[in-house]
Design a binder for this molecule. Sequence first.
Ligand SMILES: Nc1nc2c(c(=O)[nH]1)N[C@H]1C(S)=C(S)[C@@H](COP(=O)(O)O)O[C@H]1N2
Ligand SMILES: [Mo]
Length: 509
Amino acid sequence: MSTNLADAPPETPRLSAPVAGLIGVISLVAALGAGHLVAGFVGTNASPFFAVGNAAIDVTPGWLKDFAVRAFGTADKAVLLAGMAVVAVALAVGAGLASRRRPAPGLVFVGVVGVLGVVAVFTRPDLGQVAVLAPVVSLASGLAVFAWLHRSALDGQYSSTARRNFLIAVAGAGVAGVAGQLIGTSKDAEGSRAAVGRLVPARTAPPVPAGADFAKFGTPSFFTPNADFYRIDTAFVVPQVRTEDWSLRIHGMVDREVIYSWSDIRDRPLVERIVTLCCVSNPVGGPYISTARFVGVDLADLLDEAGVRTGAQQVFSTSEDGWTAGTPLSAMTDRSVGAMLAIGMNGEPLPIEHGFPARLVVPGLYGYVSATKWVRDLEVTTWDARTPYWLQRGWSEQAPIKTESRIDAPSGTVPAGQVRVAGIAWAQHTGIDRVEVSIDDGPWVPAELSTEVTVDAWRMWWADVTAGPGSHLVKVRATDRSGYTQTDQRADVVPDGATGWHTISFTAR
Ligand SMILES: Nc1nc2c(c(=O)[nH]1)N[C@H]1C(S)=C(S)[C@@H](COP(=O)(O)O)O[C@H]1N2
Ligand SMILES: [Mo]
């Protein structure tokens, strides 16, 4: 054995793969925790993870967003969040593994990701300049923790000092993250909502008769409980707005700019209206439709007070989180439409995820052109001057809700013989005239309709068909009061809403 130790290159200490990967992950967690703490002060959406998620939503092509909504429904954002977490952890492990000898590769990686976070916050329309502090602190903490842990691990990767430093970093990140969360939510929109009290309308909606739904046959209940009301929006974190921090500004092509505070609105005589909201992304037979009693004030009154000038075409609304919609001016000034600034829903203040403190509700128009939640600003303008969020992404300027119907029952296997088919139909602002069903391409059979509560809400229907043992297809079509019968031509949800007859299959035994 004559190995000459003096000739061997000096041994560079090298971290084991698990330790190196762990350094990457802990640095990531520390960076996110520190950023979340600062975001507690400067705005929840400035938290780097959320900012990147929000930016991802905004740059996602329309078809993909559409697919996400269809595939994951309301869970689409949770899926994105989870996906981002998996990618982030994988990248962090990679950065750690690339730095088993020297910290440089990992530091470069942390720097690049950090700059991405800064860019994401800078490009958010709902965040001010100070918000950039959150990703900057995140970036600095990520670099510092990475360098620090790397150094202590190189000094002895299984030493008690290294272990202690790893624990300190994890605990620090946890405390910062939790503190950021507590500070962020201490702005406490929920407390503000609880303090609103009962909203008693001066003009109430018509009473809802017992025959307004056929829930016993499988239709939804006439009113959708708030907890079940469909939810669609681009908000990664639901805006938390207290009534005392809220105001609504009306400006643009008006005689005088007006700003309403919460009490200005709440203290007016309130009107109550029953409206079925529907999302343009609702596929034929889909779930993105719900009905509520909304309480608020007439938008026509507010626009009158501002004095709309001639030549104006759209009301361009902006939410707390920077989302925008463009509503044809006439839909808001024509009093027969009943467009409202709503502050209550089904006997409660608006739920936070449905727009607390205030949102727009315009009967007869799809939500993306009319139903701005957390609304803060109405600009009376022209179509040329302003292009709202979804119009920039290829959806239609004009978006009246299309007359449609859906089958809710039967499903699965039912006893052969007489089978009861039931569902919903809607033609907001026009009203449903009749609904017909057909089994196995047989003749159209008229369905029994529920009592009409208002033309702005859905109607339930049922019909009996005869089904022998075996599998069957049932389809439905509605005709509205204008005399229009639903086309069987299938149209995609893009650019202005799906069409086609909803068809289901069931088995009789
Ligand atoms: N601020 C904001 N408001 C919004 C949206 C949004 O993304 N952000 N989405 C709109 C769309 S597309 C629809 S269909 C309705 C849905 O209202 P809901 O979630 O109360 O059912 O809200 C509208 N208002
Ligand atoms: Mo929508």
